[in-house]
Design a protein around this ligand. Structure first.
Ligand code: FAD
Length: 520
């Protein structure tokens, strides 16, 4: 995964690409993976870093979506359960089978959730991750040591998957490169080009690092820009109606001792009728999320005070030790790319969460909606549209069986598990240069070797790329990420051959960003 190699390839390619994909989040990467599995020639362009948008800000669940079942979205849940099983098989190094417990305070809830989760199990068929069952009050307390015990009748135990979203994005990007794809970050698409027939035949993008524009020709252009999809649709047709309604969801990260144990807590009905999760993640506890309509899409959405209060208030009702604002180590927000509601409706809950593939008159293929769990299927449906559009015979897809980069069934101790087969190579770096064993922060296990690895092998170009998406410290503990930043900047500057001015600028930019992840 080397930026210079990708740029050389773009310059050298004389012929046109089959598919040029705009957006390097879950959707764009899913399209690239599936298209490559069918032998197409693929270029993916991301204006920032891979997964910088919504795809690094999820709740980190690989799930069928139990709550959609209650809304009668059977097809959506069936599809997601199938994809959940596939992802856990294809990326065992990046996913885990996570037990969840719903605490029960009435016998009616036992019946309602017990039955619902039996159906969920049954729908997953052979891809089921474990049997859901009623557990006694004692067992519930053992699994959720900090749950409020007054009135507790027991719990329902069930299973879903959990993953590291940004590192999964990197693993997919690497897999795509290994399959012959070309992938570039910090490459912003500024214009779509059309032939005399009015059909899109390529685009113009700007390499934001080299400050150069490139004109690219393509059989199909795919708009996989999440909440930014309307901007690309309007590049195609300035009159295009608004398709996306962004809906914000935030998460609070706190010490894992607020829940205790290794199981996750699922609160099936909050005061606003949603579900709330408290999930152990990389040694901390992630609590969320919310559903707040916002007017405009932003690269760095800001959590609202009301959202923070809502999560703290809800957690207070269930946890023995109620978390306070001062207990929050980091707060992060993401935007759901929901399909804009029909006129008259304002509630996002009413909008279907399934994905949509839309082809414009000039052949721009747009993929919107969906979720991380179904990224591969979303890709498959999008590539099908490419064949249909051009009247071509569909080539068979094999993305469902494709092992993702780093695939390893071996259990590696500690956080290097997420590197899978690459963990040995990171450790080799430390053997070759023992100074790279140095920790970046006394309270965390990340080492200097991982920074070197991120620059050489994972296309990290800014300190934020490392601190937010290669290692996840910005989301886990924003203050610690600021303390690590100077060391990370120094190592990256050496690797990237940058000067002192670059270090100063990077640190200033990062500290400004990290402060937004702190609650005052
Ligand atoms: C709060 C929250 C929690 C969630 N939790 C879960 C969960 O637990 N499990 C799950 O399965 N799903 C979850 N989801 C859903 C999932 O995260 C999203 O569906 C998914 O990440 C969307 O990916 P995307 O690629 O469509 O968008 P994005 O990740 O936003 O990617 C779009 C990319 O396009 C790029 N781009 C935009 N314009 C241009 C341009 N002109 N040129 C080049 N690139 C451009 C952007 O920089 C961006 O990186 C959650 C979503 C939210 C908001």
């Amino acid at each position: 995964m080397n930026r210079e190699n990708s740029l050389s390839r773009i310059k050298e390619e004389k012929g046109s690409w089959d598919l040029v994909i705009i957006g390097g989040g879950a959707s764009g990467l899913g399209v690239a993976l599936d298209a490559l599995s069918r032998g197409l020639k693929v270029l993916l362009l991301e204006k920032s870093d891979f997964a910088k948008g919504t795809s690094s800000r999820s709740t980190k669940l690989v799930h069928g979506g139990v709550r959609y079942l209650a809304q009668g979205e059977v097809g959506l849940v069936l599809e997601a359960l199938k994809e959940r099983g596939r992802l856990l098989k294809n990326a065992p190094h990046l996913t885990i089978n996570q037990p969840f417990v719903i605490p029960l305070y009435t016998y009616f809830d036992r019946l309602k959730y017990g039955l619902g989760l039996k159906i969920y199990d049954w729908m997953a068929g052979s891809l089921r991750l474990g049997k859901s069952m009623f557990v006694s009050k004692e067992e519930t307390i053992k699994r959720l040591p900090q749950i409020k015990q007054r009135g507790l009748k027991g719990g329902i135990l069930y299973h879903d998957g959990q993953f590291d979203d940004a590192r999964l994005a990197l693993a997919i990007a690497k897999t795509c490169i290994e399959m012959g794809g070309c992938i570039l970050n910090y490459a912003r698409v500024n214009k779509l080009t059309k032939g005399e027939d009015g059909k899109i035949n390529g685009l113009v993008f700007r390499d934001l690092i080299g400050k150069t524009n490139y004109r690219i020709s393509a059989k199909s252009v795919v708009n996989a820009t999440g909440v930014f999809a309307d901007k690309i649709l309007q590049m195609d047709n300035p009159e295009a109606p608004k398709m996306i309604q962004p809906s914000q969801g935030i998460h609070l990260v706190m010490d894992s001792s607020f829940l205790g144990g290794e199981d996750a807590l699922m609160i099936p009905e909050t005061s606003d009728g949603r579900v709330l999760f408290a999930v152990p993640w990389e040694g901390k506890l992630v609590v969320g999320t919310t559903d707040t309509l916002v007017k405009k899409p932003k690269m760095e959405p800001r959590p609202l005070a009301s959202e923070i209060n809502f999560i703290l208030e809800t957690a207070k009702n269930y946890l023995v030790r109620p978390p306070k604002r001062s207990d929050v180590l980091s707060v992060f927000a993401g935007l759901r790319p929901l399909a804009a509601p029909k006129e008259g409706s304002t509630k996002t809950k009413e909008i279907s969460r399934s994905h949509k593939v839309i082809v414009s008159k000039s052949n721009l293929i747009t993929i919107t909606g969906g979720k991380w769990t179904t990224f591969r299927k979303m890709g498959e449906d999008t590539v099908d549209a490419h064949f249909k559009n051009h009247g071509l015979q569909k080539l068979a897809s094999s993305s469902a069986e494709k092992h993702l980069h780093g695939y390893s069934e071996e259990e590696i101790e500690g956080h290097l598990q997420l590197y899978g087969a690459d963990a040995a190579l990171v450790l080799d770096l430390q053997k070759q240069r023992p100074e790279l064993k140095e920790r970046l922060h006394e309270a965390y296990p990340y080492t200097a070797a991982e920074v070197v690895w991120a620059v050489r092998e994972e296309m990290a170009l800014k300190i934020e790329d490392f601190l937010s998406r290669r290692c996840r410290i910005l989301l886990l503990d924003a203050k610690a990420s600021m303390q690590m930043a100077p060391k990370v900047a120094e190592i990256m500057a050496k690797e990237l051959k940058k000067d002192e001015a670059w270090i100063t600028e990077e640190l200033e930019e990062f500290n400004k960003l990290a402060k937004k992840y702190l609650i005052k």
